[in-house]
Design a protein around this ligand. Structure first.
Ligand code: SF4
Length: 369
């Protein structure tokens, strides 16, 4: 069965990195002026040479976003169901070797959390778990979907990669969107950051969007963890991945996220420190490269930064997020997966969005419509 890995294997990390870093001002100018940008143009837009073009990039990105999405920002919130995890990941507070109290929400607790989230106005929830196959497994997910389906119009999941048949079952049970971040496309570094557990299987992870596409999921979210490796090279491979998926599973929608490594209890220092200006450049490059893809920003970023980029290309944001299981109602004090940088409530975020002349969208899609 064909999958993205067949394309990925034709590329060399070092070669791509060298090509990105050797892009010139004229490559950037060509990428900015032509319609229908290629991955090669994307390389120019994320290159160091494009740093001098941030203003025209921001203007073009804003204009393209307004044309496609209008003045709207979608709001979503994560609900952490479990912090149990069998994997060791060097950058995560839930890693197996991190001595924290583990907890998985019961059915009653899931409904308590749902009530708290609904009271904030949300219609879109993202269910998050660690990767613990003995406790957070398909029957657990099916039950969670059954409990939450009557309360939310759109349910996304960020859990362990699953088989195609499992995805089919969950989609039939009310799952709409799956986020599966590759973290890094650098094979050797991927191994270093995932030394133990199922997540150490690079190929199974990189082929997950293929299994989701074949299962017919409504939307797939892609991304890298910025800070693990060279973000420009990793972003190029994400763009290549997205282009392949859009052509192969054209009925599915896609989103891209930009998580930067955040501090957590016992945490890893970023290998690569991405500056705010560079993240703006990356967001604008994505929009100029692809006008259909949703671009999402979480509460990992500071309020000032989020308020600024909201008008440059971002189309969905989270607000009022808790990254611990039971964080909204059941057990607010348990350990977070990572620290939140923007603590503003959803109502405050909606006011900020309105003050910029944008509309906060709490519900953008409903299977019944
Ligand atoms: S990133 Fe996911 S798989 Fe890795 S330790 Fe954290 S919760 Fe577990």
């Amino acid at each position: 069965m064909s999958s993205f890995i067949n394309i990925f294997d034709q590329y060399s990390w070092d070669d791509i990195k060298e090509r990105i870093y050797s892009k010139t001002a004229s490559d950037v100018e060509a990428a900015l002026t032509k319609p229908g940008r290629t991955p090669d143009d994307f390389m120019a837009l994320i290159s160091p040479a494009a740093a001098a073009y941030l203003e025209p990039m921001a203007q073009l990105s804003q204009q393209l976003t307004l044309q496609r999405f209008g003045k709207t920002i979608q709001l979503y919130v994560p609900m952490y169901l479990s912090n149990e995890c069998n994997n060791i990941c060097t950058y995560c507070g839930f890693s197996l070797d991190n001595k924290v109290r583990r907890r998985t929400l019961t059915a009653t607790e899931i409904l308590q959390e749902a009530e708290a989230i609904k009271s904030m106005g949300y219609e879109h929830v993202l269910l998050v778990t660690g990767e613990a196959n003995h406790t957070v497994h398909i029957p657990y997910f099916k039950n969670a979907l059954q409990l939450l389906r009557p309360h939310f119009a759109h349910i996304s999941m960020e859990v362990q990669p699953l088989d195609e048949e499992d995805y089919r079952e969950l989609i039939a049970g009310g799952l709409h969107t799956v986020l599966v971040y590759q973290e890094t496309y650098h094979r050797e570094d991927y191994k270093k950051h995932h030394p133990k557990g199922k997540k150490s299987n690079f190929q199974y992870r990189i082929e997950t969007p293929d299994r989701l596409g074949r299962a017919g999921v409504h939307k797939i979210g892609l991304g890298i963890l910025i800070g693990l490796e060279d973000w420009r090279t990793d972003s190029f491979f994400t763009a290549l991945h997205l282009q392949y998926l859009e052509r192969t599973y054209w009925q599915t929608k896609y989103s891209i996220s930009f998580p930067r490594l955040r501090p957590f209890s016992g945490g890893l220092e970023p290998k690569v420190d991405m500056k705010d200006r560079e993240l703006v450049q990356l967001i604008c490059a994505w929009r100029i490269f692809n006008q259909e893809v949703e671009l999402s920003l979480s509460t990992r970023e500071l309020p000032k930064f989020r308020d600024h980029v909201m008008q440059l290309g971002i189309t969905s944001i989270s607000a009022g997020s808790k990254t611990n299981p039971g964080g909204y109602a059941v057990e607010p004090e348990s350990l977070e997966q990572f620290e939140i940088a923007d603590e503003r409530s959803p109502a405050e975020m909606a006011r900020v969005i309105a003050s910029k002349g944008y509309e906060a969208v709490w519900k953008d899609w409903d299977q019944a419509l």
